[in-house]
Every structure is written in C-alpha cells, then in structure tokens.
Design a protein around this ligand. Structure first.
Ligand code: 13P
Length: 363
C-alpha cells in the first residue's frame, strides 16, 4: 500500500464544503422524506389510501408546498421517484424546493440484504452503479446524498464483521459521492430495537463511529464536505430504565467527541422511532449539554417530523392546510432545539407524544 493519494480539486472541495455548511446553517435541519415506495405504502395504508404513484405525489406535494417550510428546513432527502415528480401545476418538485432555497438530496442506498453466517445482521447494497446514479441525480439538481447502514444491538451483535462491513461500505459510498460532486451524508444507524441500557448503546455507538471514521480516512473522504447522520445514544426500546434528555445528551455528545473529527461541519441526527416531542427534547438537551461541541448538531428526521402530518392529513385535500401547519410546528420546534432554545411542551402536535417505534422498521 502506498501513502500517496489526492484530495478533490480545490473547486470541488469548495463546492462540497459550502453545501455541507449550508445544510447545517444555524437553526436549520433536514426533512427526510426518502421512504421507499414500499415504506410509504404502509403509511398510506394506515389512512386507507392505495399505494399509487399519485397518492405518493400528493403527500409529498403537501410537504414541499407548505408555507414557510424553508425557515427551519435547509434540505430535503428525496426518494428516486420523487426526483422526477411534479406539483399539480406542473412544476418539478426539485424546482419548487430550489425556489424556496431548500437543497434537494437523494437516498442512494438500495436497502439491506442479509450478511450470511451472522446473527441476522445485514449489509447495505447499491455500490455497483453508484457513480452513474450520482451523476444523474446531480444533473437533476441534487446536491447531497444519503446512505444508511443499520446495526442491531443484542448480546453478541453488532459483530466485528458487521461493524467493519458498515465502515467500508459507507466509506466507499462517501468517496464515490464526493467524486461526483454530491455531499455524502454518512448514516450508521445503531437501532433502538433491544433491551440494552444506555451504557451499552454508548459503547457500541463509539466503536461503530470510530470504525467509520477510520474507513473514511482510509478512503480519503474530504470530511469538511461531508455530514454524519447517527442515532442518538439512548437505551433500547425495551430497556426498563428510561433516561432523561440530559443523560441522553451527555452520552451522545461524549460518544461523538471521542470519535468524530472537528473537521466534520455537522451532525444531523435520525429520530429512529422516538416520538416527535422526545426527538425535539433530546436534540435540545444535546445542544445545551456543557461539553465541547465543534460541529453543528441538528435534525434529519423522518418519522419525528411527519407523524402529526400523516394523522392530520388523513388523505383528504380539505386537510392539507392543517397538515402543513403541523409540519411547520415540528420544524420550528426542532429549529429551536438545534440551538438549545426549545421549551418543553411549547409546541403541541397532533401526534407529539406518540412513539413512532416499530421493530424491524423499513423505510
Ligand atoms: P427517522 O427519523 O424516521 O429515523 O428517519 C431518518 C432517516 O434515516 C430517513 O432518511
């Protein structure tokens, strides 16, 4: 192995850095709406709607056309189909977002398959044609990408094999994205599933993040032009001991400080099944914790920004406005939390305290 390598050209570095920094601008975060067609189908079924292209389009139109959505949303993660969809008046979703100064991004992983001869562990697919797909999405106006690798905690998992695989796959993905001009959002997701306590969650998260950042360095990923999307460090869903937001914040920021270089501009948490209010309170506590915080700490939520929207919309055009108001309530609350300025209970949402956890959740 030689020690020779090159960084991206200065021009590309500047582009990647400025996109990453814009995504984590103060008071802003990411709206993740990259559910697969199968994933959104399950949500549509809960409100009695058919999983048709048009219903998926109607729902996403509701989100993207919400007034003032750009106040606290800097970026949106799209699914492949959505990149090419249009509003009722024929404007492409991407142009609607761009007009609002919201950066479009794209989920580029192709979901998980079993990692053979392990205890039900998985690996994430999609590397083969990734450069080609990134180039196409870039042409369509996307400026960043995301790729998720889930890891499950049990007595003997995650295995070293699964951790090493996650690190290598994420590093390959990130380097390919950057070479095609997209900011990679690197998402190692240590799942909420399980009865482990917060100490075990912190141990596992630290080992995983350390492995991921070693691999990103091995693959010469330009950290200033990348973002991390991790889990918060919380006890497992079935753990009897429930920790306070302050304890969760301390464990989370400690794990990040031990593993994430300060060159990374921002950390955009997933919500992972937490209720809307829980995800907001935990993000707020994370931003208030009295520790060093060299990166922006904000949200990239799917379920914790949309649960109240789904409940309120219920598939009816007459409810669109009200559902949009629910979205704005959550984006505002999380915008405040990303600056440590949210007051507990200040925003009451239609599904605020309802858990969004489902075991083996599929996006
Ligand atoms: P959740 O916030 O629902 O966990 O979704 C995050 C995500 O990874 C989707 O991009």
């Amino acid at each position: 192995m030689t020690t020779y390598f090159s960084y991206p050209s200065v021009e590309l570095q500047n582009e990647l850095r400025s996109t990453a920094e814009a995504i984590v601008a103060p008071g802003k975060g990411i709206l993740a709406v990259d559910e697969t067609n199968e994933g959104i189908g399950k949500l549509l079924a809960t409100i009695g709607l058919e999983n048709s292209e048009n219903n998926r389009r109607r729902y996403r139109q509701l989100l993207f056309t919400a007034e003032d959505v750009s106040e606290n949303v800097s970026a949106v993660i799209l699914f492949h189909e959505t990149v090419y969809q249009k509003t009722d008046d024929g404007s492409s979703f991407i142009s609607v977002l761009q007009k609002k100064n919201i950066i479009p991004g794209i989920k580029v992983d192709k979901d998980v398959v079993p990692l053979p001869f392990t205890e039900d562990e998985v690996t994430t697919q999609g590397l083969d044609d990734l450069a080609k797909r990134c180039a196409e999405y870039k042409k369509q106006g996307c400026r960043f990408a995301k790729w998720r690798c889930p890891l499950r905690i049990s007595e003997r998992t995650p295995s070293l094999l699964a951790i090493e695989d996650t690190a290598r796959v994420l590093a390959r993905y990130a380097a390919i994205c950057q070479s095609e001009g997209l900011v990679p959002i690197v998402e190692p997701d240590v799942l909420l599933d399980g009865d482990h306590d917060i100490v075990r969650a912190q141990n596992v998260t630290e080992i995983v993040l350390a492995a991921v950042y070693k691999a990103l360095n091995d693959h010469h990923v330009f950290l200033e032009g990348s973002l991390l999307k991790p889990n918060m460090v919380t006890p497992g869903q079935n753990c009897k001991v429930r920790n306070s937001p302050q304890e969760i914040a301390l464990a989370t920021v400690t794990a990040l400080l031990r593993t994430i270089p300060a060159a990374v501009p921002g950390i955009t948490f997933l919500s992972g099944g937490q209720s809307e209010e829980e995800a907001t309170l935990n993000l707020n506590a994370i931003n208030q914790v009295p520790l060093k915080k060299p990166w922006a700490l904000t949200f990239s939520y799917g379920r914790a920004l949309q649960a109240s929207v789904w409940k309120t919309w219920a598939g009816k055009d007459a409810n669109v406005k009200k559902a949009q108001e629910e979205l704005i309530k959550r984006t505002k609350a999380n915008g405040l939390a990303s600056m440590g300025k949210y007051e507990s209970g200040a925003v009451l949402s239609a599904a605020g305290n309802k858990s969004n956890f489902k075991s083996n959740y599929k996006y």
